[in-house]
Design a protein around this ligand. Structure first.
Ligand code: HEM
Length: 527
């Protein structure tokens, strides 16, 4: 009997400690929070039972407690401070960046070295060392070099469909665009040439799909496990990534490095820069400080004669995060943009007119400079990223205690403890009518020369904010512009029977996917 009581007491204590107590974290600090958070699941309950997409979750959380600058939520059992006020976002991501240098990570270097060592997950000094090594891969001069590689992939892509000799080709765009982004990142990050439309089952593409497949219930459970009890998973040596995928990418990078070293091959790609860094050679290029879009943080002072030690595993980890981001986020942007162009034919016509004028202006062959000068292209992409940001939210972890001073009588100074997670609700802000009237309307004019000056930079953040923003934003934009340029030069994007209008988001995947896929028709233009 005593044993039974003891077991019950221990269970009750565990239940209280793990399920109930964490859900009072914000209340105890006088911060507004949901009165009845779901034990153990917090705000993630509806996504777990697939009643809500992550996009919907972020918008719903953002809209709680209107008029406050921040409030508390629970991501599973993790207390998270959701920041809504643009000025506070500026402080956290730029001015007082020193207190919030890290992203949250639940991967361990031991069980998932490729996830644990990549730039997104790296923390503190390790991140400060790695970011300046990778930044030179994305400067304007590197983008000019990439332009040639990406142009080739874009032309191959369009030719593949021109060869079909059909007036209209109907297809699911996520699969199609992912094949394109796969080939682009394969050549520019890994130095590998593949054509995933002509060879649909090539190993690079299959492994990429396996590495980025986060669908399914088992994956959902794994995610929850990593979130709620990362140490337990580490102890049990459960890894996030499939071991075959790990091996494939590690072998690929090892072999590439060996062949290049043996044959003295120099290719202007990311593996080359990392190989140089491994030897202790640092490339200084324009913007080689941490380019944030809003501020430039100089390269970290690592001390006299400091040489960052880089292993082949580090190189693979960085190449893999580039691959992951390039594979999925960019293809999502292309899908949403194509959908909007298909359902807004007047916008598509205006963009095609600009494409034709630009092409005529540069003698029938698009140049890097001419592409970058296209204003309407820029406006359409900016609006696509506003309405459908591939990353619906991002985060920061407090690395040094920080106080948010009170701004009005409803607030008290709030001490943020080291280790606290903060959410930057990108999609919530992008859909706030206060900043973007009629937010569901797709309207590139919001970003015209006349209007864009009115947008507060801290209310537009598809690539995040401050020194920890997206390192690949220029690359993503260049790739999307080139693809759309070549595509619209030859085809009209049209809705077909299977096109879902209005588009609904899938509740089954972690990444942004359309519930019924992105079905569209490519109708050949009569020339
Ligand atoms: C449309 C495409 C893309 C979108 C919307 C996107 C968005 C983002 C966002 C929101 C973040 C977090 C920023 C923050 O916390 O402030 C991020 C980080 C990152 N992105 Fe992207 N991204 C895209 C494409 C790419 C590409 C093509 C690459 C690489 C080739 C890339 C590499 C990275 C890396 C390495 C980080 C972590 C940076 C760090 O922690 O220092 N992304 N991205």
């Amino acid at each position: 009997m005593i044993q039974l009581v003891l077991v019950a007491a221990v269970l009750a204590a565990l239940l209280y400690y793990f399920c109930i107590k964490p859900m009072n974290y914000w209340r105890e600090r006088g911060v507004k929070q949901n009165d009845h958070p779901v034990w153990l699941f917090g705000e993630n309950w509806r996504t777990t039972i697939r009643k809500e997409s992550f996009f919907e979750l972020v918008v719903r959380c953002y809209n709680q407690f209107q008029g406050t600058r921040y409030h508390g939520i629970y991501q599973l059992i993790q207390p998270t401070l959701l920041i809504k006020d643009p000025e506070l976002l500026r402080k956290i991501t730029v001015k007082d960046f020193d207190h919030f240098t890290d992203h949250r990570s639940f991967f361990s270097e031991e069980t998932d070295p490729l996830w644990g060592k990549n730039l997104f997950t790296l923390r503190g000094r390790k991140w400060r060392e790695m970011r300046p090594i990778l930044s030179p891969s994305f400067t304007s001069s590197k983008m000019r070099t990439m332009f040639v590689l990406i142009s080739k992939c874009s032309k191959d892509f369009v030719n593949h469909f021109l060869k079909k000799d059909q007036d209209c080709v109907e297809m699911e765009m996520k699969d199609t665009f992912t094949r394109f982004t796969n080939d682009v990142i394969a050549t520019s990050a890994f130095g590998v040439k593949v054509d995933s439309l002509e060879e649909p089952n090539n190993e690079f593409y299959s492994m990429g799909k396996r590495a980025t497949d986060f669908s399914g219930f088992a994956m959902m459970l794994k995610f929850i496990g990593f979130f709620v009890a990362p140490d337990l998973l580490k102890y049990l040596r459960i890894s996030f990534m499939d071991s075959a995928v790990n091996r494939f990418f590690c072998d690929l990078v090892d072999n590439t490095i060996q062949v290049r070293e043996k044959n003295n091959i120099i290719r202007p790609d990311m593996i080359h820069l990392l190989m140089e860094a491994k030897k202790g050679v640092h490339h200084k290029d324009e913007n080689s400080g941490v380019d944030t879009g809003f501020a430039t943080v100089e390269e970290a002072d690592l001390g006299e004669g400091h040489v960052t030690e880089i292993t082949n595993l580090d190189i693979t980890a960085q190449a893999l995060i580039f691959f992951f981001a390039g594979f999925d986020s960019v293809s999502s942007l292309m899908c949403f943009m194509s959908h909007e162009l298909a359902v807004n034919p007047n916008i598509q016509t205006k963009l095609r007119n600009e494409i034709e004028e630009t092409l005529a202006g540069c003698g029938g062959e698009i140049t890097y400079e001419a592409l970058l000068k296209m204003k309407y292209m820029d406006m359409v992409i900016s609006e696509s990223l506003r309405k459908w940001p591939s990353a619906v939210a991002t985060d920061r972890v407090c690395t040094k205690p920080y106080t948010i001073e009170a701004m009005n009588s409803d607030e008290k100074p709030l001490l943020i403890e080291k280790g606290t997670t903060l959410m930057i609700p990108i999609v919530g802000i992008h859909h706030d009518p206060k900043y973007y009237p009629d937010p569901e309307r797709f309207d590139p004019e919001r970003f015209s020369d006349e209007n864009k000056g009115k947008i507060d930079p801290f209310t537009y953040m598809p690539f995040g904010l401050g020194p920890r923003n997206c390192i690949g934003s220029r690359f993503a934009l260049l790739e999307t512009k080139l693809l759309v340029f070549h595509l619209l030069s030859h085809f009209e994007l049209i809705p077909v029977e299977k096109t879902q209008i209005p588009l609904k988001l899938s509740r089954k995947t972690f990444n942004m996917m359309a519930e019924k896929g992105f079905w569209l028709g490519l109708k050949r233009l009569k020339k």
